[in-house]
Design a binder for this molecule. Sequence first.
Ligand code: ADP
Length: 551
Amino acid sequence: MPNRDVIELVAALADAGRRPAALERLAARCSAEALLVFGEEPETATLTPLCGTRSTIPTGPSWRALLMAARTPGVHRRDVTWPGRAAPVQAVAYGSPGLALVFLGPEDAPELADDLLPLLPLLAAMFRAEQRADALNGQLAVAREDAHRAENLAHSLGQVRAVLEQQANTLSEARIEAEGAIRAKDEFLAMLSHELRNPLSPIITGLHLLRMKQGPSHELMVVERQARQLMRLVDDLLDISRITRGKVRLNKVTHELGTTIARAIEMASPMLEEKHQTLDVAVPEQGFLIDGDPDRLAQVFSNLLINAAKYNSRNGRVSVIAEAAPDEVVVRMRDTGIGIAPDMLDRIFTPFTQQSQSLARSGGGLGLGLAIAKNLVELHGGTLRAASDGLGNGSEFAVALPLGPAPALVENERKEPDVSVDAPETTPPARLRLLVVDDNEDAASLLGETLTALGHEVRTAYDGPSALQLAEQFEFDAAVLDIGLPVMDGYELAQRLRARLHPPRRVRFIALTGYAQPADVERSLAAGFDHHLVKPVRVKELQALLHAHDG
Ligand code: ADP
């Protein structure tokens, strides 16, 4: 049975707080100079001083031999070196698995062996538990620290997220604002170009009339050319605003591309002639059937040809070549003009983008023509590309368009309309009674005068109610009605006029508006109009309709 005194000392050894005092007392109990406690490191399986005991690790062969021996349960003696002692000191080690108590210089060690040895396994177990608890506490501290760090990180992330959210909100507000501004700009552009077109129509009609009455003069031709240029700019603005709002609709028919190109050449020829330029054409009249909008394609080619003439010198050359490629036709328009800098080749298709102002800008322009042309070609499933060997080396614009169905399948090939805007023919075969209604008084009276000059009997009114009143005494054969009228619009006026026909008779109703979309045309026809004309009215076209009526 172990000595009670020793049991208490060993119990105190197990308690980390009481350990140093217990060590001293146990050493004194054996008359030893010092007591060292070694425990086994679980990871390295070596004996090292335990926490709360002398922590200096004794070294040297004598100690290594002693600790090696102490791995075997029992009492082991050996002389070991000890700091401050010249001669070796006797050491007695009490060994047990995982634990060794080493007394230095004891006198009564054997007497303690019986008491101490049975308690060592218990002490070793307690030390191991303490080691584990320490390790767990260490891990806990690390885990706590990690948790703290994670908390800080989460807090920082939260702050970053809040900032990002705020930025995203600001951005989305800015985007909404910008989209609103762009929409407002597009609507303004659409409205502006429409409003600009309105007064231009009577100006051009008036110029026609003047030319008819007085014959052509230099001044008249200058004014007319400028008015037409203004009209082209306004048309470009109107087109680009339709494109940006996705409102362009194509009137597709299967037709020969050759005729459309011939029409475009006719449209561009005044500019080519003015600059004494030579035009080489290698386009077969037939063989390239296209499913497309002839008006829009003529607009594309005439635009490219006008550019080829505009950005070219006097006496320069322009050529148009159409070539077959698998499933498509490629039309190349080459010129010997100012050329295009490499960095501008793609950019010139962006709206309002032009090469440096120092380069020729003889014909003016807003920088919209190519953007419109590219869009129209792409709406046809084709491509428009620019090439140039650089400034001064001319340019080439290539339009590739998918070929339409094989000729045998074509049913609705249509005859190209006459696009000439020359002075109208002089006298129609018959004198008609015509009612003209437009709230733009200048437009109404100019059109009235033009038609009168053509030999018709014309009455004009500026709104629906006065037109209805006029119609009480005036038996008209045809009515040309503006759609955007105040009080009652042209649709309603046409219906009311038709309802008042006594006796009901064949009268032709012609709508006259600034809107040329298929939906606008459909709406006019649905409202009972026979024809839909877009301002500025082409006198020749109107006359053709009136002649058809006559016939
Ligand atoms: P605009 O002719 O009204 O400026 P476009 O969109 O038709 O507008 O052309 C944009 C720009 O591309 C022109 O200003 C011109 O700098 C350049 N460009 C177009 N066609 C040619 C060409 N054939 N040769 C040289 N530069 C051209």
